[in-house]
Design a protein around this ligand. Structure first.
Ligand code: FAD
Length: 413
C-alpha cells in the first residue's frame, strides 16, 4: 500500500505510540526508558483509555487465585500506585487464596498519576490529538498524520506502536484485522443521598459512587436484548448509534428517581466497547492455549475469572510479519473468543504494551523487522529490566486440569 503526504515533517521520533490507554502509556514509558525519543498521541484529554475515561476502574486479578502473583512489570507498579492516592481496595487476604489480587481504584486520580508518569519519563505527549493516518511506503510505515487544534500535521517515525484499542492505524495501513462484536454496555457512576451516607458511615469516599447504567450486559453477553445490535464500534455511525441508545436508556432510568436524591457523577467518556478491532496477527491466541509455553512468550498472565488458569502471550500476537515497523498491544492484540478477553484486560494490556516497546527498541537497535527481533534478548530485557514473568512455573499447573474453579465475584468486566 502507498499512502503519501504533501505535509512537511514536523519532527522525527524513534517511536510513535498512538493511543494513551494503559497499553500505550506503558509502551511509551518503556521505550523512553531505553533511551529512545517517543511521541505519544492521545485523542482525549486524559490518559488511561477505558481504564480511566471508560470508568473501568478495576485491576482484575494478577494472581493465580492460590496466593501466587503472576503479573508483574508496570502492571504491578501501577496496581499499588493507583491505591496510593485513590482508593485502596486491595484485599489483604489475597495471598492466602481467599480473595484475589484486585484493586478498584479512582479512575480520574489514576489518570492524573499516569500524566505524572509520562512527564517524569520525559515522553513527548500530545493531548487532544488524533493519529489519523499512517504514511506508508509499501508495508513500511514512514510516520503518522495527526489531527488536532494545530490542524493536520505529519510526524515521522522509525517504529509505530498502535495502541488505539481499535487498531485504527493498522487498519488504515492495510494490516489484516478482525472486527469484534460488542454487547449493550454503558456504565457511569452515580451519587445518591444513600451512597453519600454510606461513605460518611464508612469514612470512605469510594462508597459514594454507585453504578449508573444504560446497557448493563457483561462480557459473556448474558441477557443481551434481542432488539439491540452487536456493535463493532469501528464506524462513526455505529459509535453514535450506540451512544444515543445507551444515553437515552440511562436517562429513562434516572427519570424514575426523586431528582433531589441523586446525580450522575461520571459518564464514560469513551464507548464501553470491549473488542472492536484487532490485528490478525502472526498468531491468534485461544482459550485452549492455557498451560501452553510459547518460545516467543513476552509475558505470563493469569485468567481473571478462573483460578489456576495460566497463559503465555507470544510476540506473534502483536505483529504481522509482512509489516516491519508496525506493532500493536493491549486491546487490539490478536486473540479469538475468550482468548481475546484474557489478553486484553488491564494488567495484560500493560504488559503487552511494554513488550511492544521493547520489541520496537530492539528492532531499531538491530535494524531487524520487528517480528524478527532476537527473542532471547527481548525476553531477557523484559525479565531483567521490566521485571515481567516470561514463563509461568509448571508447578502451578494443577494436577486435575479439568477442574474449572471460578474465583470470587470481583465486579463487572
Ligand atoms: C465494559 C467494560 C468493562 C471492562 N472491565 C474490566 C475490568 O473490570 N478490569 C479490567 O482489567 N479490564 C476490563 N475491561 C477491559 C479493559 O478496560 C481494556 O481492555 C483495557 O483497558 C484496554 O487498554 P488499551 O490501552 O489497550 O486500550 P484503550 O483503553 O481502548 O485505550 C486506547 C486509547 O487510545 C485513544 N485513541 C483511540 N483512537 C485514537 C487515535 N486514532 N489517535 C489517538 N488516540 C486514540 C483512546 O482515547 C484511548 O485513550 C473492560 C472493558 C469494558 C469495555
Amino acid at each position: 500500500m502507498r499512502i503519501v503526504t504533501e505535509l512537511k515533517s514536523k519532527a522525527k521520533y524513534d517511536v510513535i505510540v498512538a493511543g494513551g490507554g494503559v497499553a500505550g502509556v506503558a509502551a511509551a514509558i518503556t521505550a523512553k526508558k531505553r533511551g529512545k525519543s517517543v511521541l505519544l498521541l492521545e485523542k482525549s484529554n486524559i490518559l488511561g483509555g477505558l481504564a480511566t475515561l471508560g470508568l473501568v476502574n478495576l485491576f482484575v486479578p494478577m494472581c493465580n487465585g492460590r496466593g501466587t502473583q503472576i503479573i508483574f512489570g508496570l502492571a504491578d507498579e501501577w496496581f499499588y500506585e493507583a491505591a496510593k492516592y485513590g482508593y485502596d481496595t486491595i484485599p489483604d487476604n489475597w495471598q492466602t487464596g481467599e480473595k484475589r489480587m484486585v484493586n478498584r481504584y479512582s479512575p480520574y486520580i489514576f489518570a492524573l498519576q499516569l500524566t505524572e508518569q509520562i512527564k517524569n519519563a520525559g515522553v513527548d505527549l500530545l493531548f487532544d490529538c488524533i493519529g489519523s493516518q499512517p504514511v506508508m511506503d509499501g508495508n513500511l510505515c514512514k510516520g503518522v498524520i495527526t489531527e488536532s487544534k494545530s490542524g493536520r500535521e505529519y510526524y515521522e517515525a522509525e517504529m509505530v506502536i498502535d495502541t488505539t484499542g481499535d487498531a485504527d492505524l493498522l487498519r488504515r495501513a492495510g494490516v489484516p484485522v478482525v472486527l469484534g462484536k460488542n454487547f449493550y454496555t454503558y456504565v457511569g457512576k452515580k451519587i445518591s443521598l444513600e451512597s453519600c451516607q454510606k461513605a460518611v458511615d464508612n469514612q470512605n469516599i469510594r462508597y459514594a459512587f454507585e453504578g449508573c447504567k444504560g446497557g448493563a450486559i457483561n462480557l459473556y453477553g448474558d441477557h443481551q436484548p434481542a432488539d439491540k445490535p452487536l456493535w463493532s464500534g469501528t464506524t462513526v455511525e455505529e459509535v453514535t448509534d450506540y451512544l444515543i441508545d445507551n444515553q437515552l436508556e440511562m436517562l429513562k432510568q434516572l427519570k424514575g428517581d426523586d431528582r433531589n436524591s441523586r446525580d450522575i457523577a461520571m459518564l464514560p467518556m469513551m464507548p464501553n466497547f470491549r473488542t472492536t478491532c484487532r490485528i490478525d496477527g502472526d498468531y491468534t491466541f485461544k482459550e485452549s492455549d492455557h498451560y501452553r509455553h510459547f518460545e516467543d512468550s513476552v509475558c505470563a498472565i493469569n485468567d481473571f475469572d478462573r483460578k489456576d488458569f495460566l497463559y503465555e502471550v507470544p510476540l506473534r500476537c502483536l505483529t504481522r510479519r509482512e509489516f516491519p515497523n508496525l506493532i500493536t498491544a493491549g486491546r487490539s492484540a490478536s486473540g479469538e473468543g475468550y482468548g481475546w478477553d484474557v489478553i486484553r484486560v488491564i494488567p495484560p494490556a500493560i504488559l503487552t504494551g511494554q513488550a511492544a516497546a521493547e520489541a520496537a527498541v530492539l528492532a531499531i537497535e538491530t535494524g531487524k523487522p520487528i517480528a524478527e527481533v532476537d527473542i532471547a534478548t527481548l525476553q531477557q530485557r523484559l525479565e531483567k529490566e521490566d521485571h515481567i514473568m516470561i514463563h509461568f512455573p509448571d508447578e502451578l499447573i494443577p494436577e486435575d486440569q479439568e477442574k474449572i474453579e471460578f474465583g470470587p465475584d470481583e465486579g463487572h468486566i
